[in-house]
Design a protein. Structure first.
Length: 367
């Protein structure tokens, strides 16, 4: 399927995501599209460059994000070939995900244009790191953050996971304490999910924290990360991620690379997942869909409520020609009474406890 061309010249796309699907090994919890066939790395790069050449329409980008996989498995020179394909400015947020065991040449990454790092830490507990299949240890993670600061990065994010095997509340509190001691500006915090396609799906781990302990971990994070703004359900930042905000604010974006998703001219699309399929057809998409009005409404609600400020009811009413309070009165009344919804000047937002039950609550908005 070919990417639908933009119909309006003045409708600029401000973000692009680049998927680098290579890893040295697969972590036990990971169900993302990633491969250990490192020998295909060079051929994949040429396919990626071809897709960008054919499908990118020259928009000046506000954000550019290299995710994976492990993008830092490419050399700085190889990554620069990709960067040079895009129109960027000194204000463009350019992020690259790195793992502590492969975060080499950070000075060179900064030199060629990257100005934001997302470091896959997950936990600072060495026993748990080994259990979940990470290749680094706590000391390497801490050193990577310090090296990033020395290399000139002043927008550093780390990923943490709660609900891991053998992770107690005290172990998780130590993770938060270590994070607070580091020169970072952002924390992304995710609950462990065991999805089909990961090792743990068929080899279910023992000694997982129960739901109550996981809830306590999330609430503890909100308490401990007071120096960071809790601006989205899973994100705390002294500097917010402009790239992710574009997703949550329903902005359009390019998706380049195997299994990458994009949203262009009202079409949500995804690329071929396997390396061979993608490399054979880098300029075609496996799937594309125009959203129905109901799907657009549900996305506005789902994405808007992920953000701490919540949804603007007036904007939703104007956009979809509905009376939000009337249409969803039963849900609103139910969860404002329980304290999970909070009325704001412009609409509604989740309380902290509402964030904990967000998946359950949001499912009730489905038509």
């Amino acid at each position: 399927m070919q990417l639908v061309q933009k119909q309006a010249e003045d409708k600029l796309i401000k973000s692009a995501y680049i998927h680098i699907p290579f890893c040295l090994s697969k972590c036990k919890y990971c169900s993302f599209v990633s491969y250990t066939d490192i020998n295909l790395k060079t051929g994949y790069l040429y396919s990626l460059l071809k897709e960008i050449t054919d499908c990118y329409e020259g928009d000046t980008l506000e954000t550019l994000y290299f995710g994976g996989g492990t993008p830092s498995l490419y050399t700085a020179e190889e990554l620069e070939k990709i960067l040079k394909k895009f129109n960027i400015t000194g204000h463009t947020e350019i992020t690259i995900e790195v793992n502590p065991d492969s975060a080499m040449n950070l000075e060179k990454l900064r030199e060629i244009g990257f100005n934001r790092l997302s470091i896959g830490v997950q936990t600072f507990d060495n026993t748990i790191l080994k259990e979940i299949g990470r290749r680094h240890n706590s000391e390497q993670a801490i050193q990577t953050v310090e090296n990033a600061k020395k290399a000139g990065f002043d927008n550093i994010s780390i990923d943490l996971i709660y609900g891991l095997p053998n992770q107690t509340l005290s172990v998780f509190k130590n993770d938060l304490n270590v994070a607070k001691s580091l020169p970072i500006q952002h924390v992304s915090l995710y609950g462990l999910k065991i999805d089909e396609g990961c090792y743990y799906y068929n080899h279910f781990p023992k000694k997982l924290p129960d739901d109550d302990v996981q809830a306590d971990m999330y609430l503890l994070a909100a308490e401990e990360l007071k120096d960071f703004e809790h601006y989205e359900i899973s994100n705390w930042g002294k500097i917010q991620s402009k790239h992710n905000l574009n997703y949550w604010q329903e902005g359009e974006y390019y998706g380049f690379g195997a299994a990458a998703h994009g949203f262009v001219d009202g079409v949500r699309y995804s690329n071929y997942r396997t390396l061979n399929e993608y490399m054979d057809n880098p300029t075609k998409h496996e799937y594309g869909k125009f959203l129905t009005e109901q799907e657009k409404l549900e996305e506005s609600i789902f994405l808007g409520l992920r953000i701490a400020q919540g949804i603007d009811v007036k904007n939703i009413n104007n956009k979809f020609g509905i009376d939000f309070d009337k249409k969803y009165k039963k849900i609103i009344d139910k969860y404002t009474q329980t304290g999970h919804f909070i009325k704001t000047e412009n609409g509604y937002r989740f309380s902290l406890e509402g964030f904990l039950l967000s998946n359950i609550i949001l499912s009730e908005f489905l038509n």
